[in-house]
Design a binder for this molecule. Structure first.
Ligand SMILES: [Fe+2]
Length: 526
């Protein structure tokens, strides 16, 4: 930094001759110099010039040197002020130091003395300013790091809240809600154990419905034989009396509880080091309590984790409410559609209970063919509705005792599409719709409505097709009596690979041999 960049030297003295001498001398030495006859003038100069150092007399009119020093300190505490006085006193000296004066020279002052002093204070000032900049940089960096940390915390928090919302959005049953809630609790809070219990305060009962434990604890409990079939641990009597009481308290007052450091108060077992209990309210009524505990290590729960669990229970409550609402709509809708099917069956006494029996046989076949629980559910709903499209077929055709004309048969053939359409219009059940549409497709591709072939026909429709054909043959119909079982089995056997999927026929045969399949609607056999 050159001398100009450092700013100007300000000399303040009411003796003009002193100012002139100093100005000449220091300008010759390469310094930029400004002068003032009193403090007031100096303050005015300070407001427009960049000053790097100030030499001032003490006794001056208008504003003395001490007041000037104080003003300078308030404006810019990096400007060093050197006081020059002919009458030093202890009081003066103390006052000058209080006002931020860095040095004082006793008059008469030699120019050489002033120059040495100037060099020193400017060096000190440079160091001071550099230190100040460094300190500000460090403070800035620290502030940035703090902000960064806060941002990371916020992102982590948002991720957790987001995960809670997306995980809960995927659940399909209440039991699943509970197992997800305890699973998420374990993960989010890094606890050793999490459980959900349904709490009934009026009957004072606590039933633990889902438990999850960290791997180490879970394997210990496994070897103790406490593990349930789904990998969750059956809590059962795992809750101590103290915890039960505490859960009742939480369920009564409805306020989440955090015991960061368990000292054995409130009946919490001594092997628990830290615990949280959060109520789950459904429509303002407390339904149960979620708990998370730490049993080993030095980690302790904090308010932040309690907040996550409160958020989790609130959203789990919404999921439970939505599921209840959805199940209600689903059940109502199914009941309505099934009423249509019953209406068709009432029209045609020969098909009485046909849909129910087809469903039962389809479910037996589905289980034998190792269908998933979800697929069995689809069969359970699609089975009773598979002929719902017949609602659009006139009685004169549906109940015709004799042989159908070509046109009449074409009309009957519309029922799978019509049925799929009825169910589809309700905006639900994609896979159920497929089964209804495809239950008259044939394995060799000669069926209707689309002439699908082999694996191109949905598997569940191939199952339903065998069940449907069997029950049709094993029941009386408007146009014929039910067939003898040998004949039915032969037709099924011969139809394997042409009308039916051979794998499904195989499963049917072995179920039939085990007497698992019941006969149709009449005793009379032709
Ligand atoms: Fe049908």
């Amino acid at each position: 930094m050159n001398k100009d960049e450092q700013g100007k030297i300000l000399f303040v003295d009411d003796e003009e001759s002193i100012l002139e001498i100093a100005k000449d001398y220091f300008e010759q030495k390469g310094y930029a110099v400004v002068t003032a006859l009193n403090g007031l003038e100096a303050v005015e100069i300070l407001s427009r010039e960049r000053i790097s150092c100030c030499f001032t007399d003490i006794n001056m009119p208008e504003m003395d040197g001490l007041e000037l020093a104080e003003r300078i300190r308030l404006v810019d505490n990096t400007i060093p002020v050197v006081v020059m006085t002919g009458y030093p006193s202890l009081d003066n000296t103390i006052q000058t130091l209080r006002n931020g004066v860095v040095d004082f020279l006793i008059k008469p002052v030699s120019l050489n003395q002033m120059e040495l002093c100037l060099a020193r204070v400017l060096r000190e000032r440079r160091l001071f300013v550099e230190n100040l900049i460094l300190k500000k940089e460090v403070e800035g960096k620290e502030r940035l790091e703090k902000l960064n940390q806060e941002l990371l915390y916020k992102i982590e928090g948002l991720n957790i809240l987001n995960k809670i919302l997306s995980d809960l959005a995927q659940v399909g049953s209440n039991q699943e809600v509970f197992s997800r809630v305890v699973g998420m609790t374990l993960e989010i809070t890094q606890s050793d154990e999490a459980s959900f219990s349904v709490v009934n305060t009026s009957s004072s009962t606590v039933v633990e419905v889902s438990v999850a434990r960290a791997p180490q604890l879970a394997s210990a409990a496994d070897s103790a034989g406490e593990s349930g079939p789904d990998g969750n641990l059956m809590g059962g009597d795992g809750l101590g009396e103290g915890l039960r009481k505490l859960m009742m308290e939480i369920a009564t007052d409805g306020i989440p509880l955090l015991i960061s450091e368990n000292t054995g108060v409130r009946g919490v077992p001594s092997d628990i080091r830290s615990i949280m209990l959060v109520p789950l309210k459904i429509r303002k009524k407390i339904f149960g309590v979620l708990t998370a505990s730490i049993r080993k290590g030095d980690r302790r729960f904090t308010e932040k984790e309690l907040y996550y669990l409160s958020f989790l229970t609130q959203n789990a409550a919404h999921s439970i409410e939505n599921l209840a609402l959805y199940e209600n709509i689903y059940t109502n809708l199914f009941a309505t559609l099934y009423a249509f099917v019953k209406a068709i069956e009432v029209r045609d006494p020969y098909t009485k209970q046909h849909s129910t029996r087809v469903t039962e046989i389809s479910l037996l076949l589905g289980k034998a063919l190792l269908c998933s629980p979800e697929e069995l559910d689809i069969l359970k709903f699609a089975g009773p509705l598979h002929d719902i499209g017949k609602i659009g077929v006139r009685d004169s055709i549906l109940l015709k005792p004799g042989r159908l004309t070509h046109d009449e048969y074409e009309k009957i053939k519309e029922h799978p599409l019509l049925g799929a359409d009825i169910v589809g219009k309700l905006g639900m059940w994609g896979r159920e719709q497929e089964i209804i549409r495809c239950h008259h497709e044939r394995y060799d591709g000669s069926g209707y409505p689309n002439g699908l072939k082999g694996e191109g026909i949905p598997f569940l429709a191939r199952i339903l097709s065998v069940a449907d054909a069997y029950d049709a043959m094993a029941s009386d119909r408007a146009y014929r009596r039910k067939m003898a079982s040998e004949k039915i089995l032969k037709i099924l056997h011969d139809g394997a690979g042409s009308q039916f999927d051979p794998q499904v026929v195989g499963a049917f045969m072995s179920l039939y041999e085990q007497d698992a399949i019941e006969a149709g609607s009449s005793d009379s056999v032709i």
